[in-house]
Design a protein around this ligand. Structure first.
Ligand SMILES: O=C(O)CCC(=O)C(=O)O
Ligand SMILES: [Fe+2]
Length: 239
């Protein structure tokens, strides 16, 4: 496959400043911020990336250890990282780190993310594939020590639109990782009103920064209706 080049596509109801115009910045308070760029990758380029990733990424669905029990991660995953970084381990699982050179189109997306977010130098990427409405990401924060105390995380989505929720951590939930474990151990429904929801469009970019991982949880819940496949890429910087 030839390398895709990201370019602005002429679109009848858009202009070159479209990205900037439609970008939403949400101040979550206390030094946490989320930025949403709905049309980060042009529609057709987005589908080329989707088809490439769906076919060429060696997706796996690992068994995780959550609260002492084994459970299948409720989505497919793959990990790409620059050589020489400390290993990523989450929920007792250490993914193999593939190289950027194994999947050249990822480097084009990485370049576009760096251009959009001056000053960032992402060196790792966690890919997720949600094959239908039953695949999900439970409530969690990406607060692993290897990302530091105020990680910036850039999330690019392709394919089926899914909802992405953010809710403020309760004091208790900051010690709990996710709701992927047994029901008895899941987070209690809080009466927190601090919740935000984004419908992550095909080709969109969502950025979490500041203290978002320390103070907030995020999730991509199951859907009741049948859904098609969604692929999400989260670019991170390992210290
Ligand atoms: O699929 C998404 O939008 C989020 C994935 C996520 O939160 C993660 O990989 O940590
Ligand atoms: Fe996450």
């Amino acid at each position: 496959m030839s390398l895709l080049k990201l370019k602005a596509v002429p679109d009848p109801d858009s202009n070159p400043n479209d990205n900037a115009k439609k970008t939403q910045t949400i101040d979550l308070g206390n030094g946490s911020e989320v930025v949403y760029v709905p049309r980060f990758v042009a529609y057709d380029d987005g589908w080329e990336f989707f088809n490439y990733l769906d076919k060429h990424i060696p997706w796996t669905r690992p068994t995780l250890r959550v609260f002492g029990r084994s459970c299948l991660q409720p989505r497919d995953t793959c990990y790409v990282a620059t050589a020489g970084l400390p290993d990523l381990i989450y929920s007792g699982y250490q993914p193999h780190a593939y190289s950027w050179d194994d999947f050249p189109p990822l480097k084009d997306i990485l370049d576009a993310v760096h251009k959009m977010l001056p000053g960032t130098r992402f060196n790792s990427l966690l890919l997720n594939r949600y094959k239908g409405s039953n695949d999900y990401a439970g409530w969690h924060a990406d607060d692993e020590k290897l990302y530091g105390s105020t990680p910036e995380i850039a999330s690019v989505s392709f394919g089926c639109e899914r909802e992405f929720f953010l809710k403020k951590k309760s004091r208790k939930s900051s010690q709990e990782r996710s709701d992927e474990g047994p029901p008895s151990k899941r987070l209690k429904k809080s009466n927190n009103v601090d919740q935000h929801c984004f419908r992550l469009k095909h080709g969109s970019l969502l950025v979490m920064r500041g203290y978002t991982q320390r103070d907030w949880l995020h999730s991509v819940p199951k859907r009741a209706k049948a859904e098609t496949t969604r692929i999400n890429l989260t670019f991170r910087h390992v210290l």
